[in-house]
Ligand binder design. Structure first.
Ligand code: PLP
Length: 362
């Protein structure tokens, strides 16, 4: 491959070129330390600085104050599926889950291992084409928390208006859309995200939580699975994924330089519009999976008239330098992941390819 491609993979996913160049530039000698960040003690001044900055940058971008903390954990978003009920679903209480796709189903399945659960809404009918209307949501009596998935990576749907339930703590898996636009983060008691979609490289999972959730966790669960352990030790209880946190911090700095979350929203709306517009004006050649009012700006899912054409599309696109477009097996078809780091130029490239492909095969 002589040059870089347009990378539409769902995750691990595209990173900003500027960030990769910065990493390359300081890989052998980080800030005059004479060593690579890859070789450095996590107890060093240099790494402690990165760790602190990453937390501060994330809180700044989300507009969060001293009543919140950010943790950098391992085990992926999938470990959060279990850690949340282990820490926050006490005996005799019920946790409510809103099912909007495969990832929320997985979160729900883990919670069932630890206590009472209730499905407050599901859009499984019709293969998760949409997120629920607020009036479809039926909470249990006094739930311990409500869990939602803000963006459904596989199905390509996204909550347009994030719900909130007054005093009931709201927890969200934002793995595939955190920081894609401004939102009221204070409505959430806990937000988590595997970094490898919209934040950075794989290996680190971000947890943003109200401080009171990070103390007095149950004592009968493993040390590493208690949030309190990590909060008390500033995410340095054991060896952290230092390189991933370092790259994540560079991505946060990059977002700030692009105008923060307002800048991201403008960029993401422009990108997604290029592709959805092409789908909507294709006279049915391209068929979007998501209902229009639930369309994701991060993962755009669509089908073609036949599976054979879908295969041809993916392979010819790859030859044209548009990579990672094959859809997930539970939806089929194609999926273009257009996370923050994807450029407008990349989406224009995909749009042109879609137009030509339809001309040739439509
Ligand atoms: C990818 C993804 C996950 C799983 O993340 P891991 O870090 O691989 O465990 C969970 N939730 C959502 C919404 C995802 O997109």
């Amino acid at each position: 491959m002589a040059q870089r491609v347009f990378n539409f993979n769902a995750g691990p996913a595209i990173l900003p070129l500027e960030v990769l160049e910065e990493v390359q530039g300081e890989l052998l000698n980080y800030h005059e330390t004479g060593m690579s960040i890859l070789e450095m003690s996590h107890r060093s001044k240099a790494y402690e600085g990165i760790n602190r900055q990453a937390e501060a940058n994330l809180k700044e971008l989300l507009g969060l104050g001293d009543n919140y903390r950010v943790l950098f954990l391992q085990g992926g978003a999938s470990t959060q599926f279990a850690m949340i009920p282990m820490n926050f679903l006490p005996p005799g209480r019920t946790a409510d889950y809103i099912l909007t796709g495969s990832w929320s189903e997985k979160a729900y399945k883990e919670a069932k291992l630890f206590g009472n659960t209730h499905v407050a809404a599901t859009t499984a009918e019709g293969n998760y084409k949409r997120t629920p209307n607020l009036d479809e949501i039926q909470l249990s009596d006094n739930p311990a928390y409500v869990h939602i998935t803000s963006n459904n990576t596989i199905f390509g749907t996204q909550w347009k208006t994030l719900p909130s339930f007054g005093e009931v703590p709201l927890f969200a898996d934002m793995s595939s859309d955190i920081l894609y636009k401004p939102f009221d983060a204070e409505k959430f008691s806990l937000i988590y995200a595997g970094a490898q979609k919209n934040l950075g490289p794989s290996g680190v999972t971000v947890v943003i939580a109200r401080k009171e959730l990070l103390e007095n966790n149950p004592k009968d669960i493993p040390t590493m699975l208690r949030y309190e352990t990590h909060a008390k030790n500033d995410s340095l209880y054991n060896t952290p994924p230092a390189f991933s946190v370092y790259v994540l911090n560079l991505v946060l700095q990059w977002i700030k330089k692009q105008g923060g979350l307002v800048g991201m929203q403008k960029r993401n709306e422009e990108k997604a519009a290029l592709i959805y517009h092409t789908i909507d004006n294709s006279n049915g050649f391209y068929i979007g999976h998501a209902q229009k009012d639930s369309r994701s700006l991060m993962n755009i899912t669509f089908r073609l008239p036949s599976e054979e054409l879908e295969k041809t599309f993916a392979s010819e696109a790859e030859k044209a330098g548009l990579v990672g477009l094959k859809g997930h097996r539970s939806v089929g078809g194609l999926r273009a992941s257009t996370y923050n780091a994807m450029t407008v130029e990349g989406c224009r490239g995909l749009q042109q390819f879609m137009l030509h492909f339809q001309q040739k095969n439509g």
